[in-house]
Structure formats: structure tokens, C-alpha cells
Design a protein around this ligand. Structure first.
Ligand SMILES: [Zn+2]
Ligand SMILES: [Zn+2]
Length: 128
């Protein structure tokens, strides 16, 4: 017995996001899914992303006004956006030393932080 088509699409999209270098735009998810599931459409990708988000295994990330998606459970990380090729990478390094619970003047209690780094990815840095 073969798996229903929708299950295969869901599995492929989950895997595309799991092995991705960082959060992916929907157009990238579509292109990468199509290499495994030829003919898959944008509506299916959107529907599947919504399902995976509802399940909590994937979540949206908004970067520079664009919604991207990434697999959940990656731990504390930041995003590196390449200004040359536009790709976004996950970086497990954390440049911020502000422990949760730090209190700033006026009584602002820090719980988390979010940072996007901009620069050149290894491939773009190598081509100068
Ligand atoms: Zn690049
Ligand atoms: Zn951090």
C-alpha cells in the first residue's frame, strides 16, 4: 500500500525544511519540493505549511518583511542574511550576552532577544 499523495507531500516539505540552511521563502520551498514531487503546486505548499505550523513542527519567520518558514526545535539560534545572494542561514553562534532575567533601568525585564546578522555567506565571500 502506498502512502496517500498528501502524506508524501507533507513528508517532503518537512524534510526540505529540516535540511535547509536556514528559513526558506515559499518560492524556495516550492522549488525544492518540486525536485522530489514534480507538479506540486503553490496552493498545496501553502496548505501543507499551514498544517505543519498548526502541528508545531514548523513556524513562520518574518525577515525584511518577507515570511519564511523554518523547522521548529533548532534551539537558540540567529539568522544570517546574505546581502549578495539573498539567502538566509541559521547560525548557532550567539553574539549577545544578555542573560534572560536581566533588568534594565526602569524595570524592563529581558526574556529573549532576536537578532538578524547581515553580510556575505561563505560562497559570496569567496567570490569577493
Ligand atoms: Zn550569499
Ligand atoms: Zn542569541
Amino acid at each position: 500500500m502506498t502512502a496517500p499523495r498528501s502524506t508524501k507531500q507533507r513528508d517532503v516539505i518537512s524534510r526540505v525544511l529540516e535540511i535547509a540552511e536556514g528559513p526558506l521563502a515559499v518560492a524556495d520551498i516550492l522549488a525544492r519540493t518540486q525536485s522530489d514531487v514534480p507538479g506540486v503546486g503553490l496552493a498545496t505548499v501553502y496548505r501543507t505549511l499551514k498544517l505543519l505550523c498548526d502541528q508545531g513542527s514548523v513556524h513562520p519567520v518574518t525577515l525584511d518583511g518577507e515570511t519564511r518558514y523554518e523547522a521548529s526545535g533548532r534551539g537558540h539560534h540567529h539568522h544570517f542574511s546574505c546581502t549578495a545572494c539573498g539567502r538566509v542561514f541559521t547560525l548557532h553562534a550567539c553574539p549577545v550576552s544578555i542573560p534572560s532575567g536581566t533588568v534594565y533601568q526602569g524595570g524592563f525585564v529581558v526574556e529573549a532577544h532576536e537578532i538578524t546578522l547581515y553580510g556575505r555567506c561563505p560562497a559570496c565571500a569567496a567570490t569577493g
